[in-house]
Design a protein around this ligand. Sequence first.
Ligand SMILES: *[C@@H]1O[C@H](CO)[C@@H](O)[C@H](O)[C@H]1NC(C)=O
Ligand SMILES: *[C@@H]1O[C@H](CO)[C@@H](O)[C@H](O)[C@H]1NC(C)=O
Ligand SMILES: *[C@@H]1O[C@H](CO)[C@@H](O)[C@H](O)[C@H]1NC(C)=O
Ligand SMILES: *[C@@H]1O[C@H](CO)[C@@H](O)[C@H](O)[C@H]1NC(C)=O
Length: 304
Amino acid sequence: MQSDPALLASFLLLLPLVLPGQPQLVRNVLNSMDENGTFQCVVHLPNNSIFLQQLDQLQSTLQELISKYEQELSRVTNASLTLKLLVDSARQSFHALREEVDILEGQLSECEREKEQEQSSRHPGLPLAPGSCAHGGLQKVSRPLVVKLNWRGLSSKAGAWGRDSAPSPASSLYWVAPLRADGRYFDYYRLHKSYGDLVLLKHYEQWKMGYGDGSGNTVYKNFMYFNYYGTRDMAKVDLSSNTLVLRRPLPGATYNNRFSYAFAPWTDIDFTGDEKGLWVLYATEESKGNLVVSLLNDSTLEVE
Ligand SMILES: *[C@@H]1O[C@H](CO)[C@@H](O)[C@H](O)[C@H]1NC(C)=O
Ligand SMILES: *[C@@H]1O[C@H](CO)[C@@H](O)[C@H](O)[C@H]1NC(C)=O
Ligand SMILES: *[C@@H]1O[C@H](CO)[C@@H](O)[C@H](O)[C@H]1NC(C)=O
Ligand SMILES: *[C@@H]1O[C@H](CO)[C@@H](O)[C@H](O)[C@H]1NC(C)=O
């Protein structure tokens, strides 16, 4: 019978439990001390084939139990490992889901904001006074879109149009100043009372100007300001009579397409108006072509 001593010892402990009523299991036990002082214990087991068979059975039962236990252990280990993996992946997909929801929520609020803007531009509430900034700051700049060709048609690709930045009740609000086909010479303009008329090309006054350069025009308090052709001069025209009321050089300003905007040639001197007054944008040799912005006195055209 092959078995290791530890196993045998455990069998000996088990035997009284497993085989009750068999008092003569251990036939003889001899205890002695040898010459070197080592304690010796000799156990004589009966040569009983039934007992040996039972011992064999017991051992194989124990082996089965052990291997079952090991299996169970590995199953439990596997199960807890699987559970841990599941929890981890659930946590990861929850985070991914959370991020997607965040992105979607952002897109939704962006959409809602755009929709609100579109609705408010279609159905404006109380019209704000021109020049009022009560509508808040600039929220978005769209790509250019063609609303309408100007009255001179496809040949006139450049020019300017807009609304009087500081209109008086008598002024024509809207103005259109298409340049000639050369994209430089400003000779005619039209005035409209409403945006609807502008888009439909009707109800307008048309004037011949004949000495403007580029598309830097603006209209402020019913006067049109622009660069006088081929010079660094600023021109001021009274729109109620189409008369040139003032012409004055802009100190240091470059002209004749020296430092025009990259996307718009011949616009060396660019005017604009806002709630603070009349502004001019240009470049000088000192600024090396960088933009200079100056506030003008709109009566004298002096730089403030
Ligand atoms: C006792 O010890 C001696 C020396 O270490 C050894 O040679 C001898 O075999 C031992 N006797 C027994 C019975 O172990
Ligand atoms: C034990 O008993 C069997 C038969 O029951 C016998 O064949 C065997 O030789 C015995 N062994 C010893 C060591 O006496
Ligand atoms: C435990 O997992 C290992 C590797 O995934 C597998 O080989 C083994 O059969 C599994 N054991 C049980 C009891 O499921
Ligand atoms: C513009 O210049 C005129 C004349 O010098 C002056 O009376 C007027 O106050 C100036 N306007 C502003 C807004 O400074």
